[in-house]
Design a protein around this ligand. Structure first.
Ligand code: HEM
Length: 199
């Protein structure tokens, strides 16, 4: 046999996802301004309200793809973040009626399970940065009780992230079209978030 037998037949989906979204991640991180020493309660509230628009629009799409028998991620229902966002926003004086009046963001379509995995990558990845965000936010005027969204999973962040990665890899293994659908959707969602926070 010739050639490099150690070369994978398909690129690792997690590497593809990171490559295609890393620059947008950095831009988004900067645009959010959550790590600013001058972070105000109103800025923090505004970020959560906009985030809520994305999760509220997309979590029902993930419900359609990831619940029921044969789900590629059976613990999906316990990963929904809308209840956490609403909890934090309520503490900051924003109720569900006020949220319902906000403009809806444009979000990517979730046409198949692989696309749902792309959204999952973005939403679950946000819990990794969330740890750093909480650490800073609690040093500001924001009430610490209003950090349950960015503090999702607490000490379980690493374990939940590895399970999500495992599910994404399992669903896309050896399936180039699935890798592509997953990566295109993740990149589109980062693009939509960037557009939202550029305003
Ligand atoms: C101030 C805001 C943010 C900071 C400081 C931040 C920071 C980080 C850090 C440090 C990691 C790597 C963690 C690790 O490897 O253990 C990470 C990963 C990630 N973050 Fe963020 N993040 C922020 C916002 C966001 C947002 C809003 C999203 C999406 C909604 C997001 C999506 C992701 C994703 C998908 C990953 C996984 C990257 C990969 O390894 O493939 N982040 N973030």
């Amino acid at each position: 046999m010739h050639g490099d037998s150690s070369a994978p037949a398909f690129p690792d989906v997690m590497a593809v996802l990171r490559q295609r979204t890393a620059e947008a991640h950095t831009r988004l991180e900067n645009a959010l301004e959550l790590l600013s020493p001058d972070l105000s309660v109103s800025r923090y509230r505004d970020v959560l309200m906009r985030m809520h628009g994305f999760y509220d629009a997309l979590e029902p799409r993930l419900d359609e793809r990831l619940t029921g028998a044969g789900s590629p991620l059976p613990d999906w229902p316990s990963r929904r973040k809308v209840p956490l966002l609403r909890h934090d926003l309520r503490l900051l004086g924003v109720d569900e009626a006020a949220l319902a009046t906000l403009p809806r963001p444009r979000v990517p379509a979730v046409g198949d399970v692989a696309a749902a995995m792309g959204v999952l990558y973005v939403f679950e990845g946000a819990t990794l940065g969330g740890r750093f965000i909480v650490r800073h936010v609690v040093t500001t005027a924001v009430p610490p009780a209003a950090t349950t969204f960015f503090g999702s999973y607490g000490d379980e962040v690493g374990r939940r992230w590895s399970q999500a990665r495992h599910a994404i890899r399992a669903w896309t293994a050896g399936e180039a079209a699935r890798v592509e659908s997953c990566a295109v959707t993740a990149a589109a969602l980062f693009g939509a978030l960037e557009a939202e926070f550029a305003r």
